[in-house]
Design a protein around this ligand. Sequence first.
Ligand SMILES: Nc1ncnc2c1ncn2[C@@H]1O[C@H](COP(=O)(O)OP(=O)(O)O)[C@@H](O)[C@H]1O
Ligand SMILES: *[C@@H]1O[C@H](CO)[C@@H](O)[C@H](O)[C@H]1NC(C)=O
Ligand SMILES: *[C@@H]1O[C@H](CO)[C@@H](O)[C@H](O)[C@H]1NC(C)=O
Ligand SMILES: *[C@@H]1O[C@H](CO)[C@@H](O)[C@H](O)[C@H]1NC(C)=O
Ligand SMILES: *[C@@H]1O[C@H](CO)[C@@H](O)[C@H](O)[C@H]1NC(C)=O
Ligand SMILES: [Mg+2]
Length: 602
Amino acid sequence: MEMGIVGWSSLVIMLTVFCPSSLALTLDGLALLEIKSTFNDTKNVLGNWQEFDETHCAWTGISCHSGDEQRVRSINLPYMQLGGIISPSIGKLSRLQRLALHQNSLHGTIPNELTNCTELRALYLRGNFFQGGIPSNIGNLSYLNILDLSSNTLKGAIPSSIGRLSHLQILNLSTNFFSGEIPDIGVLSTFDKSSFNGNLDLCGRQVQKPCRTSLGFPVVLPHAESDEAAVPAKRSSHYMKGVLIGAMATMGLALVMILSFLWTRLLSKKERAAKRYTEVKKQVDPGASTKLITFHGDLPYTSSEIIEKLESLDEEHIIGSGGYGTVYRMVMNDCGTFAVKRIDRSCEGSDQVFERELEILGSIKHINLVNMRGYCRLPSSRLLIYDYLALGSLDDLLHENTQQRRLLNWSDRLKIALGSARGLAYLHHECSPEIVHRDIKSSNILLDENMEPHISDFGLGKLLVDEEAHVTTVVAGTFGYLAPEYLQSGRATEKSDVYSFGVLLLELVTGKRPTDPSFVKRGLNVVGWVNTLLRDNRLEDVVDKRCSDADAGTLEVILELAERCTDGNADDRPSMNQVLQLLEQEVMSPCPSEFYESHSDH
Ligand SMILES: Nc1ncnc2c1ncn2[C@@H]1O[C@H](COP(=O)(O)OP(=O)(O)O)[C@@H](O)[C@H]1O
Ligand SMILES: *[C@@H]1O[C@H](CO)[C@@H](O)[C@H](O)[C@H]1NC(C)=O
Ligand SMILES: *[C@@H]1O[C@H](CO)[C@@H](O)[C@H](O)[C@H]1NC(C)=O
Ligand SMILES: *[C@@H]1O[C@H](CO)[C@@H](O)[C@H](O)[C@H]1NC(C)=O
Ligand SMILES: *[C@@H]1O[C@H](CO)[C@@H](O)[C@H](O)[C@H]1NC(C)=O
Ligand SMILES: [Mg+2]
């Protein structure tokens, strides 16, 4: 044991002597370790926050500003079952913009030092056991957009300095023990009862409860509650949390059982699907062979019916064209509709290899992926048969919107973001071998009649290489989606897909193409443009004017995610599973009612 310690420390000394200091953590990294030391991390989610790491920017829950200084930009650790307190060292992270520690079991006070983080935009401490009051100089946080302290055991008066927070869009102090008069000044005058619910001793105009009788006597006595008096109430909130945690644990267990059941079902289904793969050969004329392969045998037509339809496709059936060729709409005699893609590109390797690869792509099934039904080789062309998606591509809906088409509101866009994340996470993390899409962009997000998004063209980029065409597609509209390292090396990875997904999120928020002329003129793409506007706190200029139903909470989450996904450094981008987890936690659950309420208001 002792030997080990001696060995380690001499190693450390050697490292410090022989290596430049760039290998050691910066002051922000050290501050994070101090913060970790006062957390009670029973689930070991902070296991990779290690003293001897070169950088803290890849630690769980941490993202940094771009640049060499590695300043911490956000701490995202909601729902992590963290106990303990927030260390005053938080004040050292002076460039912190987002602190999300909601739904943990933290206690102690909100440290006054937090007001040293003057760039803070979003503070989520909801659903913990924080005690004491709100730091009185919270009004120093002049960029603060979102302040959610609901469901804690905070008490005392509401500091009037909150009124100075002119950017504040969401204030939630509900379900605490605040007392006294709510100052009716500045931005504090703009919030109503819903921001202060469940604080029995609060009074003021916002909660429609006068603080004084007409004779001038106080209705609510100045706060004189002793700590003993507060205990039972606190207990009951602990008890409620116990019940809730119990219920959630049971539900979690049930979910695990259902998932493992589905998993085994899925496996046997995949095996069966592989067996059902059928191949039909039809000799048309000697020499040139026509070949139809249907995947899963789920095209309920005879091969001659299909081939006849395919042969009859011509210009009037064209619905689009892109980098790989022309897309047709094919309507069968029973009105079953399909999309047929005629491939002009040559493919790498032999027909056999190509067909085996296609077979793999055809076996991939997910609600958020476009289903490939079959492949046909005609004497003159090669055709891929897909499900037809009635609402067409996101690109058309966002950018080519003619009057008859419906506008995409904010909740549609959230649904599209979430579904696309699910589809892409499936390709990256559930398929084996994993599939890098290579061409995530809005024209490859197709929508069905329920606005459910389906990702198309996955895996094709690898299958259909064309030295010349590659360059032209890049110019033809994919350019703005490509990660810097992909542009440089031409090597696509999961992290370059994540970058493209981040650009897609920005496209959903801004309603602009990634290479809109208005910012290309200033030498920027959408990533640079949004970052420039956000730096000046011009949120209202970022958001598409067509989504008036955008709420500040989900907007903040999407922008935060987009910013992390489009990080210039691929290693600092989250994985699609992490992206999906955040979206599911923050956009859909845990309070679906909250999500839907915010939309039914409009
Ligand atoms: N399965 C489909 N259902 C409906 N429309 C489709 C389908 N596949 C493609 N399209 C339409 O055809 C267009 C061209 O598709 P594609 O050849 O993949 O090129 P790109 O993705 O570069 O636009 C798409 O933008 C879309 O509008
Ligand atoms: C950490 O939490 C666990 C379980 O919640 C508890 O048993 C333990 O005493 C806590 N440790 C500290 C140091 O607070
Ligand atoms: C507050 O931030 C400054 C940098 O802006 C830093 O030098 C100082 O140590 C911080 N104070 C505390 C109490 O963390
Ligand atoms: C923050 O607030 C404190 C106390 O209200 C004040 O002394 C200090 O100057 C403020 N700092 C800034 C940067 O506004
Ligand atoms: C405030 O928070 C509570 C509980 O966390 C939630 O039920 C309520 O909907 C929130 N109110 C607003 C206006 O966001
Ligand atoms: Mg496409």
